[in-house]
Design a protein around this ligand. Structure first.
Ligand code: DX5
Ligand code: ZN
Length: 225
C-alpha cells in the first residue's frame, strides 16, 4: 500500500509561501493539495487557480491535487486543466450530475474524484463508483484549515473501505481535515492512501517542514508494516 502526503497549501503563510513550498519539496512530498473556494459553497475564499501553473512550472513532477469547494464545478474545469491540475475532486452535493462531471474531468485528461462531507452518506457514491479515481473523505466541515478531526470519521472510513472492496474499483482514499499522527495511523491501518496534511503534522513543527514531512511518511509506513 502506498502512503501519499498531500500537504494543504492553504496552511502556508502568503509572505513566505515560496520558501515553505521549497521545504515541502525537500521533504519529498509527492502531491500538493490545493483548496479552491468560491465564497458560496463554503463561506470563505482560498487559493487562486493561477497558483497551480506557478507550482507546475517550478515542480513539474509533483501531482497537483485540487479540492474544489464551489457551487458550479463545471465552470472551473477548463481553467484547472489549462493551469496544470492532475487530480480534481468536487463535492457530490455541488452538482446534480456527478457522473457527468466525472466524465468531463476524464475527457480533459485529469483524474477525477468526489468529496464526501461529514453530513453525507458514504454510500451516496455508489451510483458512479466505477468512475472514481479517488474519494476525499472530509474529516472536518469544509471551508477552513486548522480544525479538529471528527473522531467518528474512523467509522465512516471503515464503511468507505468496505464499499470500495465490494465495488472492485481500487480508487484511492484521501483524508482531508485535522490530520494528526494518532488519526493518520488509524486511517492508514484501515487502508487510506492520501493524507491532506496541515498544522498538526507538517506546518508549524519545531524542527521545520522538511523533517516533518519525512517523519510523517516514515511513521505511517512503519504503522502499516
Ligand atoms: C478544509 C480544507 C482542508 C484543510 C486541511 O476545507 O479542505 O484541505 O486545509 O488542512 P488542516 O488539516 O490544517 O485543516
Ligand atoms: Zn481540502
Amino acid at each position: 500500500m502506498q502512503i501519499i502526503n498531500s500537504p494543504s497549501l492553504a496552511n502556508c503563510s502568503f509572505l513566505t509561501m515560496g520558501q515553505q513550498v521549497e521545504e515541502l519539496v525537500q521533504g519529498d512530498v509527492p502531491w500538493f493539495h490545493i483548496d479552491i473556494m468560491d465564497g458560496h459553497y463554503v463561506p470563505n475564499l482560498c487559493l487562486p487557480v493561477k497558483i497551480i501553473k506557478e507550482l507546475k512550472s517550478k515542480y513539474p513532477k509533483i501531482i497537483i491535487d485540487v479540492h474544489l469547494m464551489v457551487t458550479n464545478p463545471i465552470d472551473y474545469l477548463d481553467a484547472l486543466k489549462e493551469n496544470g491540475c492532475d487530480y480534481l475532486s468536487f463535492h457530490i452535493d455541488s452538482t446534480n450530475f456527478s457522473r457527468r462531471v466525472l466524465t468531463m474531468i476524464h475527457d480533459k485528461g485529469m483524474k477525477a474524484g468526489v468529496v464526501i462531507n461529514p453530513s453525507q452518506q458514504i454510500n451516496d457514491i455508489e451510483p458512479f463508483i466505477q468512475f472514481l479515481d479517488y474519494v476525499v473523505l472530509m474529516t472536518v466541515e469544509p471551508g477552513y484549515a486548522g480544525q479538529k478531526f471528527m473522531t467518528d470519521s474512523i467509522y465512516r472510513l471503515k464503511e468507505l473501505v468496505e464499499i470500495r472492496e465490494k465495488s472492485g474499483n481500487p480508487f484511492l482514499i484521501s483524508i482531508d481535515g485535522g490530520v494528526d499522527y494518532a488519526n493518520a495511523i488509524e486511517c492508514a491501518k484501515l487502508g487510506a492512501e492520501i493524507y491532506v496534511t496541515g498544522i498538526y503534522t507538517v506546518f508549524n513543527q519545531p524542527d521545520g517542514i522538511t523533517l516533518a514531512c519525512k517523519r510523517f511518511k516514515n511513521t505511517l509506513m512503519d504503522a502499516i508494516k
